[in-house]
Write a protein that binds this ligand. Structure first.
Ligand SMILES: O=C(O)CCC(=O)C(=O)O
Ligand SMILES: [Fe+2]
Length: 216
């Protein structure tokens, strides 16, 4: 390989790029009609996207009614509905690539983008399924692009039962900068997921969740 070619290859890998989705995409059938797919390093060199989102998104502190009091949800969020302008062109490109890839299985395009900012290891999201809307009764696909510090997505059966074929209480999917994780089939109805707190010294992480219209 000559020096000039080597130089241009290095330049290419320095540039923020959505890699091809299919190579490296691995599906795990987790049981009860659910599956999880991971594509490590889908977005290469995503530092600028992370920095832009951290700075440009009008992050909200969520408040949620729990029992008799209103509590702060320990993370910041911003939801972009169908047709709303996304805060960075790369998110539109990611949504369109995901829509093309999952079109046959999903039957419709991804339409909304939910963004969450976990400021450090104390921020988290508790066990839940994304069951507001059609996903309460129907299969769906939710695709998540993870940016910034590595955190772990955990899943456990909603009914408190054991994990098919495993002695573990929950499944763990560690997510690094640029990784894609996709939950599909019955996953939102039959499993719960969470981003647990961690005592590891981690910096901020941004999660971008793409969903079809009418699913939260
Ligand atoms: O942070 C994540 O990747 C998951 C977020 C999530 O489950 C949600 O907002 O519904
Ligand atoms: Fe969720």
């Amino acid at each position: 390989m000559d020096v000039a070619l080597q130089g241009s290859l290095l330049d290419l890998t320095d540039e923020m790029t959505l890699c091809d989705l299919a190579p490296g995409l691995r599906r795990t059938v987790i049981g009860m009609g659910a599956w999880v797919e991971v594509r490590p390093g889908w977005l290469a060199a995503g530092d600028d996207l992370f920095a832009a989102l951290l700075h440009d998104v009008p992050w909200h502190a969520e408040r949620r009614k729990m029992y008799d009091s209103i509590v702060d949800v320990p993370r910041l969020t911003k939801f972009y509905g169908a047709g709303e302008r996304l805060p960075h062109p790369m998110l539109g490109a990611a949504r369109d690539a995901l829509s093309a890839h999952y079109r046959a299985e999903l039957g419709e395009p991804f339409a909304t983008a939910g963004l969450c900012l976990y400021r450090d290891g104390r921020d988290s999201v508790a066990w839940h399924g994304d069951r507001i809307g059609r996903s309460k009764d129907l299969d769906t696909i939710i695709a998540i692009l993870s940016l910034g510090s590595a955190r772990t997505l955990t899943l456990r059966p909603r009914d408190g039962g054991s994990i098919p074929g495993s002695s573990q209480k929950s499944l763990r999917f560690p997510l690094a900068h640029g990784d894609l994780v996709v939950m599909g089939g019955s996953c939102q109805r039959t499993w719960d997921h969470a981003i647990p707190k961690t005592t590891e010294p981690v910096g901020p992480r941004i999660s971008v969740q793409f969903r079809v219209a009418g699913v939260r």
